[in-house]
Write a protein that binds this ligand. Structure first.
Ligand code: SAM
Length: 236
């Protein structure tokens, strides 16, 4: 039966593509790509040649029905984004919702995504966490920052290198400079860095240099004591 696959792709290191992802990309009838040029490069590297269809945030509302029609007509398709797992701060959700609504089988392969290694590397509690993605740039930013400051669990934010310092400074204003944070930069790449400390320490660290590359901010939750498993809890 035809279906939709969501296929995670590397967030930097090409070795992170899974064997199954390669096989599925070879087997499907066509590939939906956030950026056909970026995915074309990856597919060439993998020696895969498939018809590509553009699928991005500017056209996904218009094309989800057509894509679902294609699958119902018998095609099996894979969705890939520029990097990481589709639908995680990337296009994909609308298509999955449409497929589910129309009874189409959907399968997301496990694979690369930036927030999991950033969280695990942080050394902050990973038992429960909140994935917030990108903060709004303007409207609603202050309200969201206040909300983030009050989240009781470790919170994960995606950020651009150009806004990193401003965001860390705003977080220090709402959380206090002693709240712990870890900034993961260039995960899986040659210059991977995980800068850990209080907000004040990490702000100082990044104030001293030009900030380049891709960034995940992992912020300690408000009530850290409630966040950490005690020996008693782990016995249960
Ligand atoms: N779908 C992707 C995922 O599964 O993580 C996220 C796509 S979102 C458009 C891109 C953001 O993810 C970047 O701005 C950055 O915050 C984060 N990111 C992606 N690759 C990264 C990397 N190698 N190191 C650190 N952060 C990364």
């Amino acid at each position: 039966m035809s279906k939709l696959f969501l296929v995670p792709t590397p967030i930097g290191n090409l070795e992170d593509i899974t064997l199954r992802a390669i096989r599925i990309l070879k087997e499907v009838d066509g590939i939906l790509a956030e950026d056909t040029r970026t995915s074309g490069n990856l597919l060439r590297h993998l020696d895969i040649s498939k018809p590509l269809t553009a699928f991005h945030i500017r056209n996904e509302h218009q094309v989800v029905e057509r894509v679902a029609d294609r699958i119902l007509a018998g095609e099996t398709l894979a969705l890939v984004t520029d990097a990481g797992t589709p639908a995680i701060s990337d296009p994909g959700f609308l298509l999955v919702r449409e497929c589910v609504r129309r009874g189409i089988e959907v399968e997301c392969l496990p694979g690369p995504t930036a927030f999991v290694p950033a969280l695990v590397n942080s050394g902050l509690p990973a038992e429960k966490f909140i994935f917030e993605g990108f903060l709004p740039h303007k409207k609603g930013r202050q309200t969201k920052l206040q909300a983030v400051a009050n989240y009781p669990y470790t919170t994960i934010l995606y950020e651009s290198p150009f806004r990193l310092l401003k965001t860390l400074q705003q977080l220090a204003e709402v959380c206090g400079p002693e709240r712990r944070v870890s900034v993961a930069r260039e995960l899986t790449k040659i210059h991977e860095e995980n800068a850990r400390g209080t907000l004040a320490e990490v702000i100082e660290h990044f104030s001293k240099k030009e900030i380049k590359g891709e960034i995940v901010i992992v912020l300690e939750g408000r009530d850290v004591a409630c966040n950490v498993l005690t020996d008693d809890d782990s016995d249960e």
